[in-house]
Design a protein around this ligand. Structure first.
Ligand code: FAD
Length: 287
């Protein structure tokens, strides 16, 4: 039975949690209560996203430093190359390594509107990081194809380049069409990509915001998902329950398909991620 197979997997599952730097003192409180709530689940690492301008960059570092200082968690900063020179990135990588950072999520970053065609890509950042030290590097993957890619095959070859440059795993863009993830994973294997393709799970509580974000990122929202959230525009409590149910259904199918690593886009909230982890058999571990 499904419950049995989930129980058998118990212990074999690795989770990681993604946070973003808070902009206000209230959001900072929320972030830290979420980190504390999720900490006993012993994630493989927790990552902190990285924005495009320097003010936001400092906020990422601040959160990473505090995680390192105050928790036993492995902190993984996201790093993008769009707004930094190679020299700056080399300096940053050295600083990170010297302060004990071993895990980095390496990204190109989104281009500001009206930018010329880029000449540097995430694979270049992976290479640069590996030239500094033996970082454990995660890169981004797109089951439904990155919006700027010439086509799905070109995007897949780009992922292969990032792995060949020294990345240890790929974390996917969020998705709701589990079949598209499974097909993508098969295509990765066929292309000789031999690292984990870790599904990025986005627990949904704000469907209106999700629709906007999905349109920007080329993520399809299946009709069944629209149906699930229909009529709940003013009912946050029920949306929370439905969102948990949707995500739990997804991870059950994924774990039945052999997925053992899950990355959660927590949006700095703990409740849904905690519940999903619980269902997967990821429970607090006593010392
Ligand atoms: P790349 O792998 O460089 O790919 C970008 C595009 O260029 C793709 O379409 C690819 O097919 C194409 N391409 C690659 N190489 C070439 C080439 N040589 N010639 C032509 N085309 C090429 N953004 C942030 O700003 N901060 C974050 O913290 C952040 N975290 C993220 C975490 C995850 C798990 C994911 C999935 C995304 C994240 N993003 C973040 C978003 C990401 O920066 C954007 O999706 C960005 O547009 C692409 O980044 P990438 O690393 O996938 O780029």
């Amino acid at each position: 039975s499904l419950n049995q197979s989930l129980a058998e997997l118990n212990g074999g599952i690795n989770v990681s949690f993604e946070f973003f730097p808070p902009a206000t003192p209230e959001m900072e409180k929320l972030l830290w209560s979420s980190i504390r709530r999720l900490e006993p689940l012993k994630p493989k690492f927790v990552s902190v996203t990285y924005g495009a301008n320097s003010g936001v960059r400092d906020r990422t570092h601040g959160v990473i430093e505090r995680i390192q200082r105050e928790t036993d968690l492995v902190a993984a900063p996201h790093l993008t190359l769009v707004d930094a020179s190679d020299e700056e990135l080399l300096g940053l990588a050295k600083t990170y390594w010297n302060s004990g950072i071993r895990n980095i999520v390496a990204l190109r970053g989104d281009l500001p509107a009206g930018s010329p065609r880029p000449t540097r890509f995430a694979a270049d950042l992976v290479r640069l990081l590996r030239s500094v030290a033996d970082f454990d590097i995660s890169v981004a993957a797109y089951p439904e194809v990155h919006p700027e890619a010439a086509n799905a095959q070109a995007d897949l070859i780009n992922l292969k380049r990032k792995i060949d440059a020294g990345a240890s795993r790929a974390i996917t863009q969020f998705f709701f069409d589990v079949e598209s993830y499974l097909r993508f994973r098969d295509r990765c294997v066929a292309a000789g990509i031999d690292v984990e393709i870790v599904p990025g799970i986005l627990p949904v509580t704000n469907f209106v915001q999700l629709k906007r974000f999905a349109a920007m990122t080329n993520v399809s929202i299946p009709a069944w998902l629209h149906k699930q959230f229909e009529g709940l525009e003013d009912d946050a409590g029920t949306r929370q329950l439905v969102g948990a149910n949707v995500a739990i259904d997804m991870v059950k199918v994924l774990s039945r398909e052999g997925v053992k690593d899950f990355h959660f886009y927590t949006l700095n909230r703990a409740e849904l991620t905690y519940a999903i982890c619980h269902t997967l058999g990821v429970r607090p571990q006593s010392e």
